[in-house]
Design a protein around this ligand. Structure first.
Ligand SMILES: Cc1cc2nc3c(=O)[nH]c(=O)nc-3n(C[C@H](O)[C@H](O)[C@H](O)COP(=O)(O)O)c2cc1C
Length: 653
């Protein structure tokens, strides 16, 4: 069969922006691309569509799964296949007449001469961290008079630098010679993007790991790079006039809607760059103390997958009061415990029991993803403080995957203010249905009622912040200077602004400081405003989950936890944020049951007042039947959150 390909027709739609003559000229041009990963693969395909007729492509890697978020040639059918081979084929699918020379060993000092032989333009696609060979390639380009383009994907934008034969060289600009690796990487990064437009929206800096040569990336940035680099290629190859070249650079950030043309005469020797480097070095040494994120092996049996999801169940203060013991392929034990021995919010164990219930519900939902049903049996003769639940999984025809399954990993606690847009009748109905039989929902939603609740929370918070018993808990469960925490709550997820957080960190180093602040400097005011009063009003509604028959047994408390988890996951599915507000309910229960939860008599009095106020709002029955109190509303996902211990750390053998 003859190929239906005709160069002129295939690229005819370029004509208009370029002339027919220019198109024919591009057909004769030879472009070298080193690296066919995030940007290199897109460069090759974009330049091929531009009609460039000859390429030298180099890469020594094969495709792997971690390439899928951004690399043009990353497809399931290419897994394990050399990148040069896969991309050569993709490019030939666009233009079968291409003349392509491949360098499957990547560019090396040995083949550099060959790689750049007869080349009109070099487009850089090398890995960010491959600095040695990059320096060699750019030096060789300068020597041979080959223009070189580098377009770096940064965040959701592109930073462009061109090095032209008549201008500043790569080495003159970046000044990497003789520097240690970390310093070279910093100089390269800051040289590429003096404006650093991407930094304000880096939401998880633990993923930048210079030591392991890993950094986060986006597909959008790679596509932007290909567009920008090919435009430079067009201008340079067709001599369309001036292009920006080092020491000038261009940085476009699509996320921030910003474009900057930077000018750094002297490159990294420029005083502005030197200042930027100093700041960056400080940040890097701070970061070096932090642990990098370990790689997680993918779970590969049904039980492993179920446990991997189940551990995302919520628990008070992220205590995760459970361990798992796998018995066989279809059975495991949940060894639970409560935290009454150290946690003032859990003196009767009910907070932990609710969390265990949430865990069981999560297991049940996760099991549906495996086509299974989970059965639970509380083992007899376990102490109430350390119940053991046997979980049996059964494959069953007709098990339908729960619509809540995709939300297990999305659900989280948001402690910052929400929008005040009311819940729609459909949203309320879905949430009421979610708690299931035996439970109901009471809404506290009018602006007046929310304001009343905000004031109640404000009062209740005073108890939390002035009793030594709670101080001990908070000291134990807050991880300071953290955006994420696997076994506690990171301070940045608590809901305070950075200045108040700093003060709190200092104050909380000793009970003496806390007392002093509280007594003389109204120390509870700022946190109570930010954590209770404002968010207490700024939400769609507060909710109280009621048990028609107040729970008494462990199993009844587990059932309450299961209802809560269905409610929370449903809220997540509806795009709502949620925060539990359990302390008023807990203090009311203590008051009703005459539990002396603190040595501070003033706080006991305050708890009585909070109980009365809560009864005033939801009635005596409401307090008696209430198992969970919280607020919901439309809001952003939090940037900081509690994570979980790894399954292997939660497992007993
Ligand atoms: C029984 C229970 C009580 C909780 N009480 C509160 C609370 O009073 N205030 C709060 O902000 N979060 C509360 N939480 C939320 C937990 O702190 C949170 O679920 C945990 O830190 C895990 O974080 P994540 O929900 O973001 O995954 C509670 C959670 C549970 C299960």
């Amino acid at each position: 069969m003859t190929t239906p390909f005709h160069y002129d027709e295939a690229f005819s739609r370029n004509i208009g922006w370029i002339t027919e003559t220019e198109q024919q000229l591009l057909r004769t041009r030879r472009v070298a691309i080193a690296g066919l990963g995030g940007v290199g693969g897109s460069h090759l395909l974009t330049l091929t569509r531009l009609g460039i007729g000859r390429f030298h492509i180099a890469d020594l890697d094969a495709f792997e799964l971690a390439n899928f978020n951004r690399q043009a040639g990353a497809f399931l059918s290419h897994l394990g296949r050399p990148k040069v081979e896969a991309l050569e084929q993709l490019a030939r699918e666009i233009n079968p007449e291409l003349e392509i020379r491949t360098f499957p060993q990547g560019v090396t000092r040995e083949n550099l001469g060959h790689f750049l032989d007869g080349v009109d333009l070099y487009v850089d696609g090398l890995d960010f961290f491959a600095l040695d060979i990059r320096r060699a390639v750019f030096a060789a380009c300068a020597e041979k008079g080959i223009p070189a383009v580098t377009a770096a994907p940064l965040g959701m934008g592109v930073a462009l630098l061109n090095f032209l034969p008549s201008g500043m060289t790569f080495e003159e600009y970046f000044r990497l010679e003789g520097q240690p690796e970390d310093e070279q990487l910093l100089r390269f990064l800051l040289g590429l993007s003096p404006a650093m437009l991407q930094m304000p929206y880096l939401v998880d800096d633990s993923r930048v790991d210079l030591e392991a040569h890993k950094g986060p990336s986006t597909p959008m940035a790679c596509e932007l790079c290909a567009g920008v680099a090919a435009t430079q290629a067009l201008k340079i190859l067709l001599r369309r006039g001036k292009v920006i070249a080092a020491p000038r650079g261009l940085h476009f950030d699509a996320y921030r809607n910003r474009l900057k043309i930077t000018w750094r005469p002297g490159g990294n020797r420029n005083p502005l760059q030197r200042l930027g480097l100093k700041i960056a070095r400080g940040r890097l040494s701070e970061k070096k103390g932090k642990k990098p994120v370990p790689e997680r092996p993918a779970p590969d049996t049904p039980i492993e997958r179920i446990l991997d999801l189940a551990r995302w169940a919520p628990s008070g203060d992220n205590t995760q009061p459970w361990k798992f013991e796998v018995l066989d392929e279809r059975r495991f034990l949940v060894h639970a415990h409560d935290t009454r021995d150290w946690c003032v919010y859990d003196l009767d164990g009910h907070a932990s029991q609710i969390a265990v219930g949430a865990l069981l519900e999560t297991i049940a939902i996760a099991a549906t993803g495996e086509g299974m049903e989970a059965d639970f049996r509380l083992l007899p003769d376990c102490p109430e403080t350390a119940p053991v639940i046997e979980v049996s999984l059964k494959e069953k025809a007709g098990v339908v995957e729960s619509p809540l399954l995709p939300y297990i990993r999305v659900r989280t606690t948001q402690r910052r203010p929400f929008e005040t847009t009311p819940l729609s009748p459909a949203q309320k109905q879905a949430l009421e249905a979610a708690v299931g039989e035996g439970f109901g929902v009471r809404w506290i939603e009018s602006p007046r009622a929310r304001w009343q609740m905000a004031k109640l929370l404000f009062r209740s918070a005073k108890i939390r912040l002035t009793i030594p018993e709670a101080y001990e808990v908070h000291k134990r469960i807050i991880e300071w200077d953290a955006q994420f925490s696997t076994d506690r709550i990171p301070d940045q997820a608590v809901g305070l602004d950075p200045a108040t957080l700093k003060l709190m960190k200092w104050v909380m180093q000793s009970w003496k400081r806390v007392r002093f602040m509280n007594r003389w400097l109204a120390g509870t005011l700022a946190p109570r405003l930010q954590l209770d009063l404002v968010p207490g009003y700024r939400c769609a509604a507060h909710f109280l989950i009621l048990a028609h028959r107040p729970p008494e047994t462990l199993e009844e408390w587990f059932a309450a936890g299961r209802a809560l988890q269905r409610f929370w996951l449903t809220a997540t599915r509806l795009g709502l944020q949620l925060q539990p507000e359990m302390t008023p309910l807990i203090f009311s229960r203590y008051t009703k049951e005459s539990v002396n939860f603190t040595s501070e008599s003033k706080a006991l009095g305050l708890a009585r007042a909070v109980t009365n106020a809560l009864e005033g709002m939801v009635g005596r029955e409401g307090v008696h039947q209430g198992v969970f109190l919280g607020r919901v509303g439309v809001g952003r996902l939090p940037a900081a959150r509690s994570l979980r211990r790894a399954v292997r750390r939660l497992q007993v053998s």
